[in-house]
Design a protein around this ligand. Sequence first.
Ligand SMILES: Cc1cc2nc3c(=O)[nH]c(=O)nc-3n(C[C@H](O)[C@H](O)[C@H](O)COP(=O)(O)O)c2cc1C
Length: 428
Amino acid sequence: MSDLAPGPGRVRQSRIYRDGVLGSRPAVPTDFAGLERAARKALSAQAWAYVAGGAGEGRTMRNNREAFDGWAIVPRMLRGGGARDLTRTVLGTPLPVPFLLAPVGAGQLVDEDADLHTARAAAATGVPYVFTNQAGTPLERTAAAMGDAARWMQLYWSTDEGLVDSLIQRAENAGAGALVVTLDTTVLGWRPQDLNLGSLPFARGLGIGQYTSDPRFTELVDERVRRARPGERPKVTLAAIRSLLSITRHHPGSFRANLRSPNPRAAVETFLDIYSNPLLSWEHIATLRGRTRLPIVLKGILHPDDARRAFDHGVDGIVVSNHGGRQVDSAIASLDALVGVRDAVGPDATVLMDSGIRTGADVFTALALGADAVLLGRPYMYGMAVAGQRGVEEVIANVAAELDLTMALAGVRSLAEITRDLLVPRRR
Ligand SMILES: Cc1cc2nc3c(=O)[nH]c(=O)nc-3n(C[C@H](O)[C@H](O)[C@H](O)COP(=O)(O)O)c2cc1C
């Protein structure tokens, strides 16, 4: 690239302005508030509650955003210019820009093919996709939709160790570049938006595609069906029939055969029983190294001591995250936690961060405070709500463009130059 070549920021910006001359507008709003409004309009009440909702009174989500508002970038003059390098390699995975797509479960609420849309958008842009354990589409199909593009796999630790091994094996076979074990969801947080609607996607057969496609899980379902005694019949209401149809439609196999089979309902029950282990402990983590050849990343770390302990257990990286404020209400902002974690583990440890990243300027701030890269969550789901795969691609392009322009205007030419001294605290 010549020194005068425009970065992704100027390319994207001029495309939007040129298209504007011809009367066309970007497919998704380029500011987060507009994106969120457009997504809300496009989504059902249940989908909006699940994706946008948080734990309790929503204080952790607010903390996440206020933490970003607590820092200001101090641009430096007369030292940027020319080509900028936004690339970085994290745990052997090359990133064209310093972010990945976060694992976002139950995307089927937004679009039946959510996982495939995300996978294709990731492949088209080169941004790695962290497959969610709660996908609707089996990871093998999602991987096949991406060609050779980079993917990681996120795991919820089931109470069934055989299922844990099976999912790890499948991730390895599907070319995952890392295994991301999420620690913060040993039980589901208290989520009033979903509770008020009585809405849990998994109970309607959404977001359990990794399970219903798994040989070990299928064994568990068969066992359950064999052991079942004729019990109380559930009340027949319109909602119950709708849920049953949804479960039947989303189960592998033909709809007609599924209607007659007890297995689709047994699969949902089995899932609800075993999907996460409330007793998950460091002893489980200690077994991981012997169970996979993939780099291991622990997601959901917020305390410096937990961060140190993670690396003492031989993991390769961590994600500082409060799960987008969906688990504990009034929890520490992820960005605030990042500062203490980075200080605790030193400059060389691989530390990613998510929860509250909305724009390119946010990526800049997180990197300046010590993140090697960040994960983008809700913004890309909102892009999908508005414009499917193209919406995801545009959100990625917009965040990358703004990061690039922020770097240009702040006087930095590479990610390594995004350092703490470019920030000052703002009075909160
Ligand atoms: C709708 C939704 C579903 C999610 N599902 C998962 C999941 O299956 N596994 C996981 O590790 N994290 C999951 N997360 C958390 C994200 O990976 C990420 O930590 C979070 O979205 C970051 O917060 P932000 O989107 O507000 O920036 C989910 C988040 C949302 C919004």
